[in-house]
Write a protein that binds this ligand. Structure first.
Ligand SMILES: N[C@@H](CCC(=O)N[C@@H](CS)C(=O)NCC(=O)O)C(=O)O
Length: 245
């Protein structure tokens, strides 16, 4: 299947991103009716919501507010999202969070191309894949944070994704069409590919052609590529802040 083209794919102009707000920045006029997506430019969870927004062509309807997590403004927790994490979405006088819930919320409540298939078997599989995304993230990050070798659990988690990608035999995406399931994994894969390559000399795509093709096709989708960071910057950030090694 050819790369899916979201509305943002028609333009190669990179959106001008607002500067990240820190502890001395004024808050936006919260609950004034504007829909705002609070993110951090380097956060894989926030990136899921950001890709969803871009793919649905919501750039003009959902304002990005970038938070500087290294100098977090107190008002973010006090006025916007008591959990204090990104992403969160201010919409209709309420604030929604948790990236995997949020991407479903954005898909269901806003215009733009549907990011879940109609087919009920595929929808059920999408739910299963999305539900597994946190466990996958933990499986891949844990050995890096524990400074441990590539474990059987890492290999098994990657092999599981590789196998899931052929379930409906219409790749390169999990469900034939580009969907929330792809968004749930791609921002994590982007990072672990860099970390494992640099820190373990381990290529996560080696012997996993579906995964390799998936990453290749994702890199043709502008809604995603516009949210990517420099690989070495991500590596440095994770080494310094997550203490991965
Ligand atoms: N389970 C949450 C995790 C969100 C999360 O942990 N985000 C991090 C940034 S990557 C965060 O906001 N941390 C709070 C902080 O650094 O103060 C989700 O999926 O939305």
């Amino acid at each position: 299947m050819a790369a899916a083209a979201g509305p943002s794919s028609s333009s190669s102009v990179k959106e001008t991103l607002p500067p990240a707000l820190g502890s001395t920045s004024q808050p936006p006029p919260v609950f004034d009716g504007t829909t705002r997506l609070y993110i951090c430019y380097f956060c894989p969870f926030a990136q899921r919501a950001w890709v969803t927004r871009n793919f649905k062509g919501l750039q003009d309807k959902m304002e990005l507010v970038a938070i500087d997590l290294q100098d977090k403004p107190a008002w973010y927790k006090e006025k916007v999202y008591p959990q204090g994490t990104v992403p969160s979405l201010e919409h209709d006088n309420e604030v929604w969070g948790e990236s995997l819930d949020l991407i479903k919320y954005i898909d269901s409540n806003f215009d733009g191309p549907a990011l879940l298939p109609e087919d009920s078997a595929k929808r059920q599989f999408a739910d299963e894949l999305i539900a597994y995304a946190n466990a996958f993230t933990k499986a891949l990050y844990s050995p890096l944070m524990a400074h441990a070798a590539v474990s059987d659990e890492v290999v098994a988690a990657l092999d599981k994704l590789e196998a899931e990608m052929t379930k409906f035999n219409d790749g390169p995406f999990f469900l034939g069409q580009f969907s929330l399931a792809d968004i749930a994994y791609v921002t994590i894969l982007e990072r672990v590919q860099i970390y494992y390559s640099h820190l373990r000399n381990y290529d996560i795509t080696k012997g996993r052609p579906n995964l390799e093709k998936f990453i290749e096709e994702m890199n043709k989708i502008e809604a995603y590529t516009q949210t990517k960071n420099d690989p070495l910057f991500l590596l440095d950030l994770a080494q310094n802040h997550l203490k991965i090694a």
